[in-house]
Design a protein around this ligand. Structure first.
Ligand code: PRP
Length: 204
């Protein structure tokens, strides 16, 4: 029996659709229930950002998580497959009238993605002060909380509507199928069978 952590949030719908196709059955969590058991699988309904934690600690054998979160956490997980949806970029944004001052003694960045931000600016040898926020990141530069932001850009609409622009792209992200390292050994056959099915669907 495989335990599968499915994300709520922005990649939830496409993930469910993919798994329904792979398993040939509807995956419907009853009312407020967070566990759904079928003959072969146990599905867990998990907040987007928490899927990697469930898989890391083997509370789930496999799961679906955005590459942004995997890069942010740097967990020892196996990335099995790029699922190709949930595509977005992680970018640096600033007010339209501002630009990155490479010589500034320090710049303040608001973000959810603290580690990605620190690594990116360390590579450029720029000193940054990072303010961790949990959402509505685009607000920070508008009210003087930060000089810039590092955030997910999908359509670019949120930045545009708030008078911000992308000054630099850091990485591309998309949803990935991930597995726990021990599960991959203990349940190799089951995980590979699932991998094959999903791989066939996304390459269809
Ligand atoms: C993300 C991100 C941006 C927005 C980008 O936020 O933080 O705010 O989506 O999408 P766009 O380029 O298509 O406008 P999310 O909706 O996940 O909510 P949050 O503010 O809670 O992070």
């Amino acid at each position: 029996m495989l335990t599968v952590a499915l994300p709520k949030g922005r990649i939830a719908e496409q993930t469910l659709e993919l798994f329904e196709k792979a398993f040939g059955e509807k995956i419907v969590f009853e009312d407020r229930k967070l566990i759904l058991e079928t003959k072969e699988f146990k599905f867990l309904l998990v907040k987007n950002q928490d899927v990697a934690s469930y898989v890391l600690h083997q509370a789930a054998d496999i799961g679906v998580a955005g590459l942004d979160i995997l890069e942010e956490r740097e967990y020892d997980l196996v990335k099995l497959l790029d699922l190709g949806f949930g595509r977005c970029k992680i970018s640096v944004g600033m007010k339209n009238e501002d630009s990155l001052d490479l010589n500034a003694p320090q710049i303040t960045i608001a973000t959810k993605l603290v580690n990605i931000t620190k690594r990116h600016f360390a590579k450029k040898a720029m000193a940054v002060k990072v303010i961790k926020l949990n959402g509505s990141i685009e607000l920070a530069p508008l009210v003087g909380l930060s000089d810039a932001i590092v955030d997910i850009v999908e359509t670019g609409t949120t930045m545009k509507q708030n008078g911000l622009k992308v000054v630099e792209d850091i990485m591309d992200s998309s949803a990935h199928l991930i597995a726990n390292q021990n599960s991959l050994i203990a349940k190799k056959g089951e995980i590979l069978a699932l991998y094959e099915k999903i791989n066939a669907i996304i390459n269809d």
